[in-house]
Structures are given as structure tokens and as C-alpha cells.
Write a protein that binds this ligand. Structure first.
Ligand SMILES: [Zn+2]
Length: 250
């Protein structure tokens, strides 16, 4: 990164520094996730405070200091008001930001991951089902980041994964049919769900056209799989499931 650069990016996370400043993790297409300090952002008169909150898409200058990078002159590109107006959409959007904050290393460009985040947020803003957006986005990221599980067949007996009326379980990076899975710890998936998953991993519309119950299983599978493969618990899983339980109880 040059001494001074104009970047565009989405705020993934923010935390406080000192009395008046805050830190922001900004995800940019060119430089990946960048940690920047925003001076004076917590002063009551500062406009920068509001602008540098999670989920905002910004354009700003990043200045390389001796020990840290500083963010200056942020301008709002998009605030996703349509997403913020609805609790469930907002939860999913913030959860996607939180997930990337954990998954992305410092300053490693991932333009495809960035594009997928923008797509997901746009879909949420346009009223797509939050569960579908979450499942699709998480599986795409896993594929882009090189964590795609082997989905062709059962890793033990070799039976075809798209076989009718057969349940499958995603384990540590591979797929087992229900007969071969030692316990039912994983998330059971139908042959049809796995077909949708394969399409999504190829960047085609798969999960977006799946049935609601299939989407739910694929989302649960994404969360469990990501937790295990990336060794990073996705904290919002709990909140998500509580929200679903509330909705199902009417
Ligand atoms: Zn098997």
C-alpha cells in the first residue's frame, strides 16, 4: 500500500482506542482487510464516528503512519438502509461481516470474496430471504477460499451423492452417506440439497432456488462445516438459531 491511498471498502468491525479514537477493520477489494485508526471518531462532534460503523460502505483515504494506518475523510458510498430496517436482515448482514472479520487474514486481497459480500448485501436489501443469502454467501466464500468439501460421492463407500432418498452428512471436509456416518453428528442433507450445493460452489444459482427446508439444512451445514474446518466458532450461530426458534414458535 502506498504512503497515501484512496480506498473503497466495507467496515467489518470497529473497536475503541484511547479516549477519542477508534479502530476499524475495513475490507477493501484491492488490499483485503485493513486495520485503520480513526482519530477523533468518538468525539460527539465527529461525523467520522457514524460513518465508520460496521456495514457501511465507504470511500476514504488511508495514510500510512509510522506504526499504524490512519483513515481520513471517509465518505459514505452505501449504508444499506433497506437491510438495517429489518432485524433479521440486519442480523445476517452483520453476521456476514463478523464472519469475514474472523476468516480474512490481514491485507490479503480477496476481490472475489468482496464481490460476493456486495452481492449478498444487495440481495438482502432487495428483500431476498435472509437464510438463503446467508447459506449461499457462506458456501461461496468457503469455495473461493479453498475450503470446498469433496461432494462427488460418499468418502467411505463411494455411493453417488445425488442418489435419491439418501441422506448425507458433511464431516471434516468430506461427505459421508448416512449409512457410513458413525454418528449423526453432522447435518443430514438430501441428494437434491447436495446438487444445489454443487451448483452454488460453481457460482451458479443453486441454493437460491432450493426449497426453504433445504436452504435451512444447507445453512446449518455451512455453519458447522466452517466452524470445524476453519477452527473458528461462528458466534452468531446461537443468535441465529434463537431467532429461528422464535419465528417457528409463531
Ligand atoms: Zn457411504
Amino acid at each position: 500500500m502506498a504512503r497515501e491511498t484512496v480506498v473503497e471498502g466495507i467496515v467489518l468491525r470497529r473497536w475503541y482506542a484511547g479516549e477519542h479514537d477508534k479502530w476499524v477493520r475495513l475490507f477493501t477489494p484491492e488490499y483485503g482487510a485493513v486495520r485503520v485508526r480513526v482519530r477523533g471518531a468518538r468525539k460527539p462532534t465527529s461525523k467520522m464516528g457514524m460513518l465508520t460503523e460496521p456495514l457501511n460502505r465507504l470511500k476514504a483515504r488511508v495514510i500510512e503512519g509510522r506504526a499504524q494506518k490512519l483513515l481520513a475523510q471517509p465518505q459514505l458510498v452505501q449504508s444499506y438502509t433497506g437491510v438495517r430496517a429489518d432485524l433479521e436482515r440486519l442480523t445476517v448482514a452483520l453476521a456476514l461481516c463478523e464472519t469475514l472479520d474472523r476468516w480474512l487474514p490481514e491485507e490479503h486481497p480477496e476481490p472475489e470474496v468482496y464481490a460476493t459480500l456486495l452481492e449478498g448485501l444487495a440481495s438482502l436489501a432487495q428483500g431476498a430471504t435472509p437464510e438463503t443469502v446467508a447459506a449461499e454467501t457462506l458456501w461461496r466464500w468457503l469455495a473461493i477460499l479453498g475450503y470446498a468439501p469433496e461432494l462427488g460421492q460418499c468418502a467411505r463407500c463411494g455411493c453417488a451423492s445425488e442418489a435419491e432418498n439418501r441422506a448425507f452428512v458433511i464431516g471434516d471436509g468430506f461427505l459421508l452417506c448416512a449409512a457410513c456416518a458413525p454418528s449423526r453428528e453432522g447435518v443430514p442433507l438430501s441428494g437434491a440439497s447436495i446438487a444445489h450445493l454443487k451448483e452454488t460452489m460453481r457460482g451458479e444459482p443453486g441454493i437460491s432456488i432450493a426449497r426453504p427446508d433445504e436452504v435451512r439444512s444447507l445453512l446449518r451445514a455451512a455453519l458447522r462445516y466452517a466452524e470445524r474446518v476453519l477452527e473458528s466458532p461462528v458466534r452468531w450461530l446461537e443468535f441465529w438459531e434463537r431467532l429461528n426458534a422464535l419465528r417457528e414458535s409463531g
